[in-house]
Design a protein around this ligand. Structure first.
Ligand code: ATP
Ligand code: MG
Length: 655
């Protein structure tokens, strides 16, 4: 198929400048990767030694995928808050900036917080949590806006050994209640309101509504906007009142490496969200190591990950990864298009951001508005760009590379999941050439394997070889999730039963002859047209390549002759209009780009696509609509804009 041709043609060489001062050249990567699979215990003991341990682990790995039992560093004792905060102060780096807060409105004041200030504030918050009655092992729900106190609340939990469950601030009362009940959390930490694009989000009011369904013992409320909120006597406490007079001397609780650190619900693209559990030691080592090598960490740089702390990307690459490395992390409360479509570029310029990490959904949305917004700002501080969350279409990759990176800096396209704790497949900026649309190579210790539907291995994991199939990982890595909260059976069923003895990711993938991995989408989304297996990502990328198309989502639907037909939902660029001529043109276009087999059967123009709150296209709903099956759309609670669904159903019925 055309995509195979693309793997030869479209190699973007790593810029020579990226290799200057890199912490990992190609030779380093090759040697380190080889060691990480030949001598994993030696390799991970060495990585772990960068952290402070109360008691250094003597046992490094201890895991089995059949039966499922995963442990890393199991006799080690440490505290991740100490490693993210106190350790840097102890080393004399208390004056370094830990967090930069950029508010929703460019006219509101910026806040910068040094490591010494972070230590003081987190310790005080931890003591306040204790005063409220929160103890080691308790689950604490954090429903906060993107303000430093959100990150501090996570660190304060970690400091005293409480388990945080962060719920994205855009979720509804029902979603909060469901998550509070699922992890039996007695405590909620929230704020009066949040701000997004000048609109206020009634966080406390949402918590109040959630508590009617799922009562808790205590709610701690931060004042942020100053908006009016109701306080329930005996249950609700203002943080500034409860913390008044509380000291900032709070020792870090020594935690066993396998003590749970947090619970986080997946984004729900494929079904009901799972309460993924991560433990302390392995997650600490994994986020420290991946941040250090993938972003080629250099002291003093400003790192900006645009994710929300409500997603795993925010956990690992706003909070734990950067802070354990002593880096400066930027937190942004706002949205990419407020006050205008240049907000991201303006923030990069304002804070001289060096590393920028965002999602394809944001890139596509900004690309749609044209180049002028990017060109208004000085982006010369940038050294590295990153992408995460979905496959990035080569067209969006190129725009990101040329318009934002001025063709001069590398992009890391990082494939990973909530369940993997951190980055799994990516190129490294000083080591690898890039292929637009391919995530790249396995990170240290990661052994991907592609299997067919019967579990037969397609080419060997170490020998490699070009092939396409279902993406599994054959060995454990430190950052791997240990269970689904309260439902270990679901953990085993979901990840280890499809292909016994392997971790199954749920994603389809192709490996090319250079050993680069191309995520083709969810396995459930792979379509079979007249006997040809096709990843939806491939057809979507072809559509997005067309100058008038902004976004596309492709699904299969039952077709009498072909088995499955190709149904394409298409969003056009600002100012473009749908027509029969455009339909014909797009069908012809895909035919030319990929081949006659990929010719769309149906094109369905829509002003928007149903996405999760984290910005991922929910193809399972689109599949149901394409199949004319509207009765059982499944769990839609994590949809960003449920009203879109009605419009899509209407559009489908009118055909
Ligand atoms: P659920 O598991 O509840 O259905 P989800 O899988 O969307 O939700 P996440 O853990 O946030 O929840 O997302 C992980 C998935 O995102 C991966 O399995 C993959 O499909 C996709 N993904 C993430 N990064 C990339 C990337 N760089 N390239 C391709 N796909 C990616
Ligand atoms: Mg998933």
């Amino acid at each position: 198929m055309a995509a195979d041709v693309m793997t030869h043609e479209d190699v973007v060489a790593r810029p020579a400048a990226a290799a200057q001062g890199t912490n990992c050249t190609l030779a380093d990567y090759q040697a380190m990767y080889a060691r990480s699979v030949d001598d994993p215990d030696g390799f991970w003991a060495e990585q772990a030694a960068r952290l402070d341990w109360v008691k250094a682990p003597t046992k490094i790995s201890g895991w089995s995928f059949d039966p499922v039992d995963i442990k890393w560093f199991e006799d080690g004792v440490l505290n991740i808050c100490h490693n993210a905060v106190d350790r840097h102060v102890d080393a004399g780096n208390g004056d370094r900036t830990a967090l930069i807060f950029e508010p929703d409105s460019p006219d509101s004041p910026v806040r910068t917080i040094t490591y010494a200030e972070l230590q003081r504030d987190v310790a005080k918050m931890a003591n306040t949590f204790k005063k409220l009655g929160i103890a080691k092992g308790d689950r604490v729900t954090i429903y906060m806006p993107m303000i430093p106190e959100g990150a501090m609340a996570m660190l304060a939990c970690a400091r005293i050994g409480a388990i945080h469950s962060v719920v994205f601030g855009g979720f509804s009362p029902d979603a909060i209640a469901g998550r509070v009940e699922d992890c039996e959390s007695d405590w909620i930490v929230t704020a009066d309101e949040g701000l997004r694009g000048s609109k206020s989000i009634p966080l406390k009011a949402n918590v109040d509504a959630a508590c009617e369904k799922a009562p808790v013992k205590g709610v701690l409320v931060f004042r942020h906007t100053g908006g009016n909120v109701a306080m329930t006597e005996g249950r609700d406490h203002w943080y500034h009142e409860l913390s008044d007079g509380v000291g900032s001397d709070c020792p870090c609780e020594p935690m066993n490496a396998e003590d749970p650190l947090f619970i986080l619900y997946t984004s729900g693209s494929t079904g009901k969200p799972k309460g993924v559990v991560h433990t302390t030691g392995g997650y600490a080592v994994w986020t420290e190591t991946t941040f250090r090598y993938v972003f080629d960490y250099r002291p003093g740089e400003v790192f900006w990950c645009t994710a929300d702390i409500g997603w795993v990307t925010g956990h690992s690459y706003i909070v734990y990864g950067p802070l354990q490395n002593g880096a400066t992390a930027l937190m942004f409360e706002g949205v990419p298009n407020y006050p205008d479509h240049d907000r991201f570029w303006q923030v990069i310029d304002k804070h001289k951001v060096n590393v920028f990490y965002t999602a394809p959904t944001a890139i596509r949305a900004l690309m749609r508005e044209g180049e002028s917004y990017v060109q208004k700002h000085d982006l010369s501080s940038l050294r590295l760009l990153g992408s995460v969350g979905e496959p990035i279409n080569p067209e969006a990759w190129r725009w990101y590379h040329e318009q934002v990176g001025k063709g001069a800096i590398p992009i890391v396209d990082t494939w990973w999941q909530t369940e993997t704790g951190g980055i799994m497949i990516t190129t490294l900026p000083g080591a690898h050439d890039m292929k637009p649309g391919s995530a790249g190579k396995p990170f240290f210790g990661i052994c991907p394997q592609l299997v067919d539907n019967d579990g037969e291995v397609l080419a060997d994991e170490t020998v490699g070889g070009a092939t396409e199939g279902n993406l599994c990982i054959t060995r454990s890595w430190p950052g791997q999730a240990r269970t689904v909260y309260g439902d270990h059976e679901r953990f085993i069923q979901t990840y280890f039963s499809t292909y016994r003895g392997k971790y199954f990711t749920g994603d389809g993938c192709r490996r090319d002859e250079d050993g680069y991995y191309w995520i083709t989408g969810r396995v459930d989304d792979v379509i079979n047209v007249s006997g040809h297996r096709m990843g939806t990502a491939e057809v979507e990328s072809a559509l997005v390549l067309h100058a008038r198309v902004s976004e596309a989502a492709v699904v299969g639907y039952p077709h009498d002759i072909k088995g499955q037909g190709i149904y394409c939902y298409v969003t056009l660029n600002a100012g473009e209009e749908a027509s029969d001529a455009l339909t014909a043109e797009l069908r012809q276009w895909v035919r030319k780009e990929i081949g006659p087999i990929a010719t769309p059967d149906h094109l369905h123009f829509t002003p928007g696509l149903p996405k999760t709150r984290s910005g991922k296209i929910m193809r399972r709903i689109l599949r149901k609509i394409a199949e004319n099956d509207y009765g059982s759309l499944g769990d839609t609670s994590t949809l960003a804009d449920p009203s879109l669904v009605d419009g899509l159903i209407e559009g489908r019925m009118n055909r």
